[in-house]
Design a protein around this ligand. Structure first.
Ligand SMILES: C[S@@+](CC[C@H](N)C(=O)[O-])C[C@H]1O[C@@H](n2cnc3c(N)ncnc32)[C@H](O)[C@@H]1O
Length: 239
């Protein structure tokens, strides 16, 4: 999938993740230069799962984030529409209690209204064809007063960091991809989709428009990644 195909047809996106599933976690660790683990810790802290809560991790992939949420004693549903990612996740996280994988599309979740105490999505929203539809769907399945945490690549606000990151994407990353992944195209799509993704305030606006309140964000690794948080209003009418 390249620049011309950034229409993000769900079948293409799902098939692309099926292809990279086996090497996904390793490639992630290499390409993020170890930062992926730190971003997951920050995301888990922001979700703040408690024993007895039900947490939905959307676009959960191989369930690495879901597993860290489940360690709190919360009951976690890892939802993803790529059968390949789910298969690897079920195998890799088989030892984790309180964690189930469900094949589901973020834009049409197979859950009832107000089922979850918190909904989270890491590095998934950018890949969804209609992110605003997904954000409204997350609101529907969250209990009033419940939490949303979105961890996603973003745009470093400081020029010198932006320039360094641009250099990394154009010069450093391609040989790393060749070393760690069998699928160059998927990682070309990664850069294209990151560059086309809205900045922090714009994403905050989308989250607000979907009906969430108390929207805030903080940058991780100088804004290469941003962590957006929000809450479902107690008296929110579903949109
Ligand atoms: C970059 S991976 C992130 C996986 C995981 N959250 C993580 O942090 O490692 C993106 C995931 O989003 C999933 N995805 C993309 N669009 C989706 C959609 N509309 N519904 C469900 N999953 C989706 C892909 O299948 C893939 O597993």
């Amino acid at each position: 999938m390249t620049r011309a195909d950034l229409g993000k047809d769900p079948r293409d996106v799902s098939a692309m993740f099926d292809r990279v599933a086996a090497r996904y976690d390793r490639t992630n660790a290499v390409l993020s230069v170890g930062n992926a683990a730190l971003w997951r810790v920050a995301t888990t802290k922001a979700v703040a799962p408690k024993p007895g809560e039900r947490i939905l991790d959307v676009a959960a992939g191989t369930g690495t984030s879901s597993a860290s949420l489940a360690k709190s004693g919360a009951s976690v549903v890892a939802a993803d529409f790529s059968p390949g990612m789910i298969e690897v996740g079920r195998r890799r996280q088989a030892h984790v209690p309180n964690l189930v994988f469900v094949e589901a599309d973020a834009m049409a979740l197979p859950f009832g209204d107000a089922e979850f105490d918190a909904v989270t999505i890491s590095f998934g929203l950018r890949n969804v064809k209609e992110p605003k539809v997904a954000l409204a769907e997350f609101l529907r399945v969250t209990k009033p007063g419940g939490r949303l945490v979105v961890c996603e690549f973003s745009h470093p606000p400081v020029g010198v960091v932006r320039a360094g990151y641009d250099f990394y994407q154009k010069v450093v990353m391609p040989p790393l991809v060749k070393l760690s992944s069998s699928n160059d195209d998927a990682y070309e799509y990664l850069n294209e989709s990151i560059n086309a993704w809205p900045d922090q305030p714009t994403l905050a606006g989308w989250i607000r428009e979907a009906g969430w309140s108390e929207v805030a964000w903080r940058n991780l690794t100088a804004g290469i990644v941003a962590l957006h948080r929000a809450r479902k209003p107690i008296a929110a009418a579903e949109r």
